[in-house]
Design a protein around this ligand. Structure first.
Ligand SMILES: NC(=O)c1ccc[n+]([C@@H]2O[C@H](COP(=O)([O-])OP(=O)(O)OC[C@H]3O[C@@H](n4cnc5c(N)ncnc54)[C@H](O)[C@@H]3O)[C@@H](O)[C@H]2O)c1
Length: 324
């Protein structure tokens, strides 16, 4: 297939591009490099430095794209609460312009990076796709809004749309001389922050609260290896069906507490990783664990690297080679 990957200079988009290319697809990466890194773009992909707002310049009716994989967007939940206008603009206004271009060019399929943040505080665990959607931050609200846009687009215009709702993504792609990983700046995710401490770039870690109703009192999150996540996109491309908007949660189905993450990061890196407990962070649910039963049943998706050791081990290999 000929594929347009928006956000292919970012973390998940660059790893997924690698898997798509390895599977024999033709990949064009469209990224404005606002948070992405040019060096992360797969060398055998075509790179277009452009904003998704202007995607119609690439997605012309004659260009022959078979699908768009839409990763581009702003991702920091905390920032979305202090600068919400940025998030509505990038994740909704510009994404709708991309959708207009997709419609005009008659691209038949779209795979969208949605998020667990659309669910907010879960009423029941594990979280299924039919759970109530009640985002507690603007980031989640913007992603849910675009999910709704895809539902109506599929219904009205027979688009084959798939939203993949990622839980916490971790790890790196380490294979055949390719090392592709996470380099967000500023970093807001626990595992890369732990690696920064291990590499001496930060003094200590801060965990937000240890009085949650969990086994050790710290928040529990469902982590998914970025390579497992990327594979789900290839399966979604195969399953996309005209007129349907399919939605799948992607997580391991069991959670790890913040303290467990720090323990495994200590094991993997051999560093002391001093960690202090700070106050709770507003809007943080105690536990977020996905039910990925639907993705397993309908896509045949099975995570190959479900352990924290594999995720943090690969992330550390990437970090030492490319970031430290
Ligand atoms: N990383 C996670 O844990 C996680 C969890 C759930 C969902 N997601 C979703 O997955 C997607 C990818 O996340 P990531 O961690 O790879 O983020 P990232 O910041 O590494 O990548 C996003 C990419 O999009 C590009 N971009 C942003 N706005 C753009 C625009 N208007 N036009 C063109 N390019 C633009 C950036 O330059 C960057 O390369 C996002 O949509 C995010 O909401 C990520």
């Amino acid at each position: 297939m000929k594929l347009l990957v928006t956000g292919g200079a970012g973390y998940v988009g660059s790893v997924t591009s690698r898997l798509l290319l390895d599977a024999g697809h033709e990949v064009v990466v469209l990224d404005n490099l606002s948070t992405g890194v040019r060096a992360a773009v797969a060398p055998d992909a075509t790179f277009v430095e452009k904003d998704i707002r202007d995607a119609a310049e690439v997605l012309t009716p004659g260009a022959g794209f078979d699908a768009v994989l839409h990763f581009a967007g702003l991702i920091a939940a905390g920032e979305s609460m202090v600068r919400p206008e940025l998030y509505w603009h990038d994740n909704v206004v510009k994404s709708l312009a991309l959708l207009d271009a997709i419609r005009a060019a008659r691209v038949p399929r779209v795979i969208f990076s949605s998020t667990a943040a659309v669910y907010g505080n879960p009423v029941e665990l594990p979280i299924t796709e039919s759970a109530a959607k009640a985002p507690t931050n603007t980031y989640g609200a913007t992603k849910l809004t675009f999910d709704h846009a895809l539902t109506s687009e599929a219904h009205a215009h027979k688009l084959a749309a798939v939203s993949l709702r990622y839980f916490n993504v971790a790890g790196a792609y380490i294979r055949d001389g390719h090392e592709i990983g996470e380099r967000h700046s500023p970093e807001t995710h626990l595992i890369p922050i732990a690696l920064q401490v291990a590499a001496g770039k930060r003094d200590k870690l801060q965990l937000f609260g240890d009085d949650y109703p969990t086994d050790d009192g710290t928040c529990v999150r469902d982590y998914i290896h970025v390579e497992d996540l990327a594979r789900a996109h290839l399966l979604a491309l195969g399953a996309a069906t005209p007129g349907e908007h399919r939605i799948y949660n992607l997580g391991n189905g069991h959670g790890f507490s913040n303290k467990q993450v720090v323990e495994v990061a200590r094991e993997v890196t051999g560093a002391a990783l001093p960690a202090e407990i700070g106050p709770r962070r507003e809007g943080d649910p105690a536990t977020l664990v996905a039910s990925s039963a639907k993705a397993r049943a309908e896509l045949g998706w099975v995570p190959q690297k479900p352990t924290l050791q594999a995720m943090i081990g690969d992330a550390w290999t990437f970090y030492r080679a490319h970031v430290a």
